[in-house]
Design a protein around this ligand. Structure first.
Ligand code: NAD
Length: 343
């Protein structure tokens, strides 16, 4: 049987690289990656090859440059595209909104229009739970109203989804799925690949593991929230579970199982974990006591958010394989493996 070809943009990044591994493991797909290494390193491809035994074709291209990006479509027959490439730091997006609107919108518009031009019918878009903002009713499902965005970053995801809906309406043969991730954490079980952020992370798990090796100092922002232990609750989800959902979304679109040509899906475990519970899980799996301090509440932090992901379960046949201990264990193994890396 002929293999289908999947173009993965942002394939050297955190979620993209894990998704490429899962796609290759099916033996059903040829994978092409396009990345400009703004927040990643070409070393991701070496690690993918070490893990899977397969070498992939890759392009170093800024996808905001449509002429250069077109080369990928001219040189390959692509069946599906997974669009990860974007900037993702919420705080930075508040400080530099234009940087985020330029990069996240231009690269997306170029990818959609090249898909339309070259007859690529299946598009999977990396969206985010940030589209829901501050929710009042939990858990969050796909019918939860989308309010005004809290940050330029979240706004680029909201606009991205709306844009896709309009294009889908206009082009009935074009099919899109938006996957709204909750809080991706952890690393591949081999520990050879994980989140390789070039800048200091803002998210809890890399801060916990980084604090444990003396790279950072963790502050827990607020322990007086109305939650079971006073700290904020989030829906952490293992990156390999997220990656697996992309493989299922590719199958779903290629097998024409979608009933509408634009469909959003939440990807979360459905189980909220507090900051102190995450720290306790880390201490349990690493056998290390974590030094951290309790600070004041941080402006803008939501008290609790977690997902109802039954739509992905029912329609994509997806479920999470990893619990918080496995998320922490793989994150810790990856921290130890990569701590002396300099590229
Ligand atoms: N990690 C999270 O917490 C999270 C949560 C929700 C949604 N998302 C979304 O998932 C996607 C992937 O996130 P990630 O955590 O893997 O981020 P990442 O930064 O590790 O990966 C993104 C990759 O895209 C590349 N890139 C960015 N702009 C590009 C451009 N114009 N041209 C070519 N390459 C470009 C970067 O170099 C990087 O390798 C993003 O769209 C992000 O917004 C991430």
């Amino acid at each position: 049987m002929d293999k289908k070809t999947v173009l993965v943009t942002g394939g050297a990044g955190y979620i993209g690289s894990h998704t490429i591994i899962e796609l290759l493991n099916t033996n059903k797909y040829e994978v092409i990656s396009a990345d400009a290494f703004f927040n990643s390193s070409p070393r991701a491809y070496t690690q993918i090859e070490e893990i899977t035994g397969k070498k992939i074709k890759q392009y170093e291209i800024n996808l905001c440059d449509k002429k250069k990006a077109e080369r990928i479509f001219l040189e390959n027959r692509i069946d599906s595209l997974i669009h990860f490439a974007a900037f993702k730091a919420v705080g930075e997006s508040v400080e530099q909104p234009l940087k985020y609107y330029h990069n996240n919108m231009e690269s997306l518009i170029n990818m959609i229009s090249l898909c339309n031009q070259y007859g690529v019918a299946n598009f999977i878009f990396s969206s985010s739970c940030s589209v829901y903002g501050n929710v009042e009713k939990l858990p969050v499902d796909e019918n939860t109203p989308i309010p005004q965005a809290e940050s330029p970053y979240a706004h680029t995801k909201q606009i991205g989804e709306t844009l896709l809906q309009h294009v889908c309406k206009q082009h009935p043969a074009f099919n899109a799925v938006a996957l709204r991730y909750f809080n991706p954490v952890g690393a591949h079980h081999s520990a050879k690949i994980g989140e390789w952020a070039l800048n200091k992370p803002n998210n809890l798990v890399p801060l916990i593991t980084g604090t444990a090796i003396g790279k950072y100092n963790l502050t827990v922002f607020g322990n007086d929230y109305p939650t079971r232990d006073g700290t904020c609750i989030r829906d952490y989800i293992h990156v390999s579970d997220i990656a697996q959902a992309h493989v299922l979304a590719v199958h779903y679109l290629l097998d024409k199982k979608n009933t509408s040509n634009f469909e959003p899906f939440n990807l979360g475990t459905g189980a909220g974990v507090s900051v102190l519970e995450a720290i306790a899980a880390f201490e349990k799996v690493s056998g290390k006591k974590l030094n951290y301090k309790i600070g004041a509440r941080r402006p803008g932090d939501v008290i609790a958010v977690y997902s109802n992901s039954s739509k992905a379960f029912n329609l994509l046949g997806w479920s999470c394989k990893h619990d918080i201990n496995s998320m922490m264990k793989t994150a810790w193994d990856w921290e130890l493996y990569s701590k002396n890396r300099t590229d």
